[in-house]
Design a protein around this ligand. Structure first.
Ligand code: GLU
Length: 309
C-alpha cells in the first residue's frame, strides 16, 4: 500500500561529481530512490557540475555507472547543470531587483567577524548593499535578504521537523553569481527543482541549513516549495561526516554480492529494518523488494505530519 501523498511525486538525486560516490552519498541516493518508489513516483538524476572548478573528469560517469549497477535507474534523461546555464541566467534576470553587485573579497567579509552560517559560508555584513564604494568593482552578485524582523523562514522537514532560520542573522545577503563567474549552487538547485517539477527533495542533513535560502529564492521567483526530507549524515568512527575530505572510500561494485552488500550497508545506515534477513545469495531484486516496504515502515515511525498548505 502506498501512503496518501498527492500524485504526482517527483524526486531526485543530485550528486556533485567531485569524486566517486562514497558510502555517505549512497545513503542519500538510496533514501531519495526509496521515497520515490514507495510513493509510486518518478526518480530523476541530476549531475550538479555547476562548480566546474570542483568537478572531476570522469566522476559523473562513474556515479551513473554505479547507480545502474546497484539497480537504481533514473526515470528520465540525466540532466547536467553545466548545460543549463541559460536557465540560471534567465532566473537571475527575473529577480535582478532583489540583487546587487558586491565588490568584497573573502578576506574583507571574514574581517567583519560576523561569523559563519551553519554551512560554513561567511555571513555577509552588507557592505555593498547600497552600492559599490568608490574604486570598487563587481566581483559577485548577491541576493538581498529581508531586514531583521521580516526575515524568518520556517518549514517542516519530513524527518527533522520544524526548522527555522532568520536570514538576515543566519546567512546575510547571499551569493547568486560567484566571483569566478559560476552560478551559485543555491540558485541552480532551485531553478532545476522547479523546472524538473520536483515535488520531494530527499537529501543529506548537511543541506538542511541551505534550505531556507532556497525557499527564499523560490518565493522571489514564484516557484513552488517542494517537501523536504533530510536524512542524517553518515559519520565515520571519529564522528566526522563521510566525505572525500575525511577520506571516505569510494563504493565499488564488482559483482552482484558486492552490490547487495553496498545496498545493505546503506540501508543499515538509514535505520531500515528489512523484514527478512537477506542471505549471501540474495539478489539486488531481493534487496529492493524488501527495502521499499521497510522504507514505508521507517516513515511511519519518523515522518512528521505535513502541515496544511
Ligand atoms: N549536489 C549536492 C551534493 O552533492 C546535493 C544537492 C541537493 O541534493 O540539493 O551534496
Amino acid at each position: 500500500m502506498t501512503a496518501s501523498r498527492p500524485i504526482p511525486y517527483v524526486g531526485r538525486f543530485a550528486p556533485s561529481p567531485t569524486g566517486p560516490l562514497h558510502a555517505g552519498s549512497l545513503v542519500a541516493a538510496l533514501a531519495s530512490y526509496l521515497d520515490a518508489k514507495y510513493h509510486d513516483g518518478t526518480w530523476l538524476v541530476r549531475i550538479e557540475d555547476i562548480d566546474e572548478g570542483r568537478s572531476v573528469a570522469g566522476a559523473a560517469d562513474g556515479i551513473l555507472a554505479l547507480l545502474d549497477a546497484l539497480g537504481m535507474h533514473a526515470d528520465g534523461d540525466i540532466v547536467w547543470q553545466s548545460q543549463r546555464k541559460h536557465l540560471y541566467q534567465a532566473a537571475a534576470e527575473r529577480i535582478v531587483q532583489d540583487t546587487y553587485p558586491c565588490g568584497c573579497n573573502r578576506r574583507e567579509i571574514a574581517d567583519s567577524r560576523l561569523g559563519f552560517a551553519p554551512d560554513g559560508a561567511a555571513i555577509y555584513p552588507g557592505t555593498c548593499r547600497h552600492g559599490l564604494g568608490p574604486g570598487r568593482t563587481m566581483r559577485s552578485q548577491r541576493v538581498r535578504v529581508p531586514d531583521a524582523g521580516q526575515d524568518e523562514i520556517s518549514f517542516v522537514d519530513r524527518f527533522a521537523g520544524r526548522h527555522t532560520q532568520h536570514l538576515a542573522r543566519d546567512s546575510g545577503d547571499f551569493v547568486l553569481k560567484r566571483a569566478d563567474g559560476f552560478w551559485a549552487y543555491q540558485l541552480a538547485v532551485v531553478v532545476d527543482d522547479w523546472e524538473q517539477g520536483v515535488t520531494d527533495v530527499v537529501r543529506g542533513a548537511d543541506l538542511l541549513d541551505s534550505t531556507p535560502r532556497q525557499i527564499y529564492l523560490q518565493r522571489l521567483l514564484g516557484a513552488p516549495t517542494p517537501r523536504y526530507l533530510h536524512v542524517p549524515v553518515v559519520r565515520n568512527a571519529n564522528g566526522e561526516k563521510l566525505s572525500k575530505q575525511t577520506g571516505a572510500l569510494a563504493v565499488t561494485v564488482e559483482d552482484e554480492p558486492a552490490a547487495v552488500a553496498a545496498l545493505l550497508g546503506a540501508a543499515q545506515a538509514l535505520g531500515l529494518v528489512l523484514d527478512a534477513a537477506l542471505g549471501p545469495s540474495a539478489s539486488r531484486q531481493d534487496f529492493w523488494r524488501a527495502a521499499v516496504p521497510a522504507w514505508g515502515r521507517l516513515l511511519a515511525q519518523c515522518e512528521m505530519p505535513t502541515p496544511a498548505a
